[in-house]
Structures are given as structure tokens and as C-alpha cells.
Design a protein around this ligand. Sequence first.
Ligand code: NDP
Length: 336
Amino acid sequence: MSKGLRWGLIGASTIASEHMIGAIRANGGEVVAVLSSDASRGRNYAETHGISRSTTDLAALVEAPDIDAVYISTTNELHRDQVFAAAAAGKHVMCEKPLALTLADARAMVAECKGRGVVMATNHHLRNAATHRAMRDAIAEGRIGKPLFARVFHAVYLPPHLQGWRIKAPRAGGGVILDITVHDADTLRFVLGDEPESVSAMVSRAGMAEAGLEDGVMGVVRFAGGALAQFHDAFTTRYATTGFEVHGDEGSLVATNCMTQQPIGEVVLRTGDGTVPLSLMHENLYARSIRLFQDATAGLGTPAATGEDGVCSLALALATVDAAKTGRETSVAGQG
Ligand code: NDP
């Protein structure tokens, strides 16, 4: 395993506290500092999580010589400028999804990191799940023949402590599409090994989201290789189960309990020979994300999801927003 990095957290967020600080430490890394827009919140966060210092000054954090990499988990409208600041200071960057609110910004962030010679990753955790990796391998080995259809079940209940900007703030990149569909987009690209061409979608508003934001969506994606993928995402369903299925002309893969932050879930392969479970080695999704990022900074391979992957998932998410608005099948490439 490569050496643990010294990290600066940009954003005193829930995801960092619930998953990423632990994932960094599990890889031998150190969380050196945290940036918050509120000095007293930052101090409390640092104290709660055993982080030696906090700051409200982005330049001070990214320029600190005792920091190798930053993890950006602020609200979505802030990611762009924070990635630029980190890259300019020569820091490697792991940025949360969606990378930005426009494709032009996301592409510029990737170009900036490349130009500065720093590693950039997008924290699409679901690529790190044993379930999705096993499905990707089975498809690549031809075990279901040609993939014809995929179905993604990612309707969940947004827990009360997260019912803030996601359901209230369009300017922060709220709404279920930028929050959840963007993960489906990445997972579909990863599992199918194919690129989306167009999407049709309808959104719903069940009363949880405000300010015109959607809290549910269903849609269908057309992939370049010919497969169609349907997705169902929501903040409002308390009792739905999650899943991911791919149906080919020679077999089907059915994964359950897999669209989750936890290292759980099962996958079965159904063919003319019967139904067999795929063998899975579960691993903490976020710890794997950090491990591959850390390796990439040492010149060993690439992050699980690169900056370019974050651009592609955002392109499909933004096309979904457009498709729902216009009622038309919308080109993903046409997003600019
Ligand atoms: P949070 O709402 O927890 O944090 C976002 C920002 O809100 C923080 O940077 C913080 O600002 C502010 N904030 C947080 N808690 C409070 C509070 N109690 N009072 C006042 N302000 C607060 O967001 P999430 O952790 O849910 O999401 C952050 C990012 O991570 C988003 O981009 C999201 O899409 C992504 N995400 C990714 C996941 C994944 O699995 N890949 C899962 C969940 C989120 P400040 O830093 O200025 O203090």
C-alpha cells in the first residue's frame, strides 16, 4: 500500500464526518486541517474529529506545506473555485459529486488539475462496491452476452439531518438529479463499460423539496452500444429497496441492496444453467476510494473515478434535468 497522505478538508460536512475522515485514517492518512466558512463551527468540528486545526481561509489551507491533498465536500456551487485554488497550490484533489453546476466549469476544473500536474478524482463511491465491480467483470467476460437493458433502483429516504440545501437551494445544486442520478450515471457507465447518448425523464415533487426542486425522477438512458437503462431516484421513499440489474441476450445480473454507502449487497447471475451468486469481497467503499487516490498520487494507477468520469456523470445528470424540462429525449453530448 502507498504511504498515507496529509489531508486538508475543504468543508466541515456530514459526508466527511460520517465516512471520509475514517477512510483517510484507515489508509494511514492524516487529517491535518479543516476549512469551514464559520470559525466556531470549524473549531467544534476539528475538536470533535481530532483534527489539529481549523481555518476559514481557503488560501491558508491550500498553501499549507504540511498538506498533500484536499478533499472537497462543500455544497456543489463552491467546488469549482475550491478545486482551482487547490490545484494552483499544487495540491492533489478529491472532489465530491456533482463536480460543478455546469459542464464548462467541470471541464475547466479537470483541465486545471491536468495543467498543474495534480491528481484529480471524483468521489463516486459506488464504483468501489464489490457488487458493481463483480457485475462489470461479468459483463466484460461476456457472461450475459450482449447487454440489452439495465434497471437502477435508487429511490431512498433522505434522512432528516440531510434535509437542508439538497431540498431547498437550487443555487447550491439541490434536487434529486444532481444528488442521486449523477451517481447512477457513473455506475451505469462503469458497469456497462458504455457511454450514454441520450436520456428521457420525468420528475415529481412530493412535497419534500422546495423552490421548484424535484424530489423524485424516473428516466431512460440510451447507450451507444444499444442498451437502454431505466432509473428511479427519490428522496421520499422510506421502504423501497435498492438494486441494479443488467439483462443481456444470454443472461441476467441482478444485484440487490447495492445502491448504498455500506459495503453490502448481493449479485446473482441467471443463465440457461440456472442461478448462481457471484462471489464478492466486500470492502469499505470510501476507504477503497481513498486508497486508489493515494496510489495514484504515488504514480500507481488511477483513482477509482477520475475527474473526467465526474464530467461524464454530470453531463448525463444535466441532460436529465433538460429532458425533464422539455419532455424530449435529450442528447448528452448536446450539453456543451
Ligand atoms: P453538508 O450539508 O453536511 O455539508 C455541506 C456544507 O454545509 C458544509 O461544508 C458546511 O459548511 C455546511 N454545514 C454542514 N453542517 C452544517 C450545520 N450543522 N450548520 C451549518 N452549516 C452546516 O453536506 P453533505 O456532507 O451531505 O454533502 C457535501 C458534499 O458531498 C456535496 O457535494 C454532496 O453532493 C456530496 N456527497 C457525496 C456523497 C458520496 O457518497 N459521494 C454522499 C453525501 C454527500 P462549512 O464547511 O462552511 O462549515
